[in-house]
Design a protein around this ligand. Structure first.
Ligand code: C5P
Length: 209
């Protein structure tokens, strides 16, 4: 019997919107199924040729910061049931790490990232497009906490980066992509009704095959 085509669920939204919580809530709902998560962030461009000071000047909220060509190549392989070697990103060093992760193909791919709905090639590969819509004040509070605990940042650096880059890029590139979404989820991972509806749709896909 021919294998069914895997489906790609895109989960987008601004930094700190709760994209990861929504993605995990879908992923964790299907523990015994063929499902995986993939982050656009893993495909931030390699910057090992630049000094650390130069890397600090990169605009990480602009589409140019990502190696989206490599992500698309990997998605096409996964759609053909081929294994990929997923890059690993280091937010402390601001570059790709030497390590890679072997990722086996799965029937459902949850693709997460701030700018995944911005690229038409990525949108065309998605079967379900989700935008997680969370107020700016909640997002900056979450980001301060996360970046200081997990990404080795100071409070001043998070605030400076937010005001000079993250906020303007959000309004220029991310927020306008909400119109491409099939589903807009307010408040991210806490929105159990929206997550249940999405999970019902995914369960239908698994049951159909
Ligand atoms: O997980 P999240 O969606 O927040 O990740 C995207 C954010 O990571 C971007 O808003 C970008 O500013 C930040 N980033 C960073 N330093 C890097 C790479 C990304 O602060 N080296």
């Amino acid at each position: 019997m021919a294998k069914k085509k895997p489906i790609i669920i895109g989960v987008s939204g601004g930094s700190g919107s709760g994209k990861t919580s929504v993605s995990r809530a879908i992923y964790n709902n299907f523990p015994n199924h063929s499902i995986m998560m993939l982050e656009h962030d893993s495909y931030y461009k390699d910057q090992s040729h630049l000094s650390f000071e130069e890397r600090l000047k990169t605009n990480y909220d602009h589409p140019f910061a990502f190696d989206t060509d490599l992500l698309i190549e990997h998605l096409e392989k996964l759609l053909n049931y081929e294994t990929i070697e997923k890059p690993v990103y280091d937010y402390v060093q601001h570059t790709r790490s030497a390590q890679t992760i072997i990722q086996e193909p799965k029937e459902v791919i949850i693709l997460e990232g701030i700018l995944i709905l911005e690229d038409q090639r990525l949108r065309d590969l998605m079967d379900i497009k989700i935008y997680v819509d969370t107020d700016d004040d909640i997002r900056i509070i979450r980001r301060i906490k996360r970046d200081m605990v997990e990404r080795g940042r100071t409070l001043d650096s998070v605030i400076d980066q937010y005001l000079s880059v993250v906020k303007p890029m959000y309004h220029q590139f991310i927020e306008p992509t909400k119109r491409y979404a099939d589903v807009i989820v307010p408040e991210g991972g806490e929105n159990h009704v929206a997550i249940d509806l999405i999970n019902t749709k995914v369960a239908t896909y698994f049951n159909q095959h």
